[in-house]
Design a protein around this ligand. Sequence first.
Ligand code: NAI
Length: 302
Amino acid sequence: MKEIRFDGRVAIVTGAGQGIGRMYALELARRGAKVVVNDLGASRDGAGADTSAADKVVDEIVAAGGGAVANYDSVATMAGGENIVKTAVDTYGKVDILINNAGILRDKSFMKMTEEEWDLVIGVHLKGGFCVTQPAVKVMKENNYGRVIFTASTSGLYGNFGQTNYGAAKMGLVGIMNTLKLEVAKFDIKINTIAPTAWSRMTSDLFPPEFEQKMNPQFNEPMVLYLCSEENTACGNIYAMGAGWYGRTAIVSGDGVCLGDAQRKISVEEIRDNFDKISDMENKREHGSGLGIFEYMGPLLS
Ligand code: NAI
């Protein structure tokens, strides 16, 4: 069996000072990549900063014979994102892999959520996805090669009490992927989104104690490294995972129903009378872009 290697590749992992991101950084380096270990060293709610988080992971990689450099910028500003990418280019000459992983939580039920709690979470996850990915993809386009991962969450895909800010940010990343994959389609840049589940400081008070071993963050790493490898050709997909389970999640549309003739007014009663057909998902389909929805309207538009 041919081993998947990353020799000659340069990877950026944001929020790699601990938790799931640390696992990516260690294994990428073990398999030959040079790694930029980005971490602001923030607390779970995003407060504070501590350079030792990134430093420790770099020390671990270097002690094991790998190559890594630390970066302490916040992903939440364009200046930070540009400097993270600059660290990779200045130290190793390019960027081949970007794993957008940094994250914080400010959980609160929607009706109690403050503007600050909203902005902070959107800033790190959603804006952070923009701020690091834009300068990284600029370099990837020049080299006609790139692998980008966005980190979403089942909280965004399906919902989770107290996480409207987090869920919105995470689904926003799916929105970035859906369009960015079209904009870079002519380059060998593959962009995918993952929804991990793991025991970390983010989840340790949510899961029962026996999950600490079973939900080890390590289980997310092989899937993400595969998606970041040269062998991977998948692009624009969402993969959920945890504890050794891996599966694809997708946004799909049902066949729906064409009413009228694109001329006459459709009544509310017609919607009511066809609501079961409109809601039916038996022939669900995915679409490569928003244009896919025109397939359904075909009979009305021709
Ligand atoms: P973690 O809290 O252990 O690690 C997140 C890291 O991001 C921390 O080291 C923190 O210092 C860093 N960070 C925070 N704000 C930053 C900023 N502005 N700039 C740079 N670094 C920053 O969390 P965990 O569990 O490892 O999560 C990793 C990613 O996976 C996050 O995006 C999280 O939302 C996502 N996720 C995790 C799940 C889980 O079950 N643990 C579930 C779903 C998604």
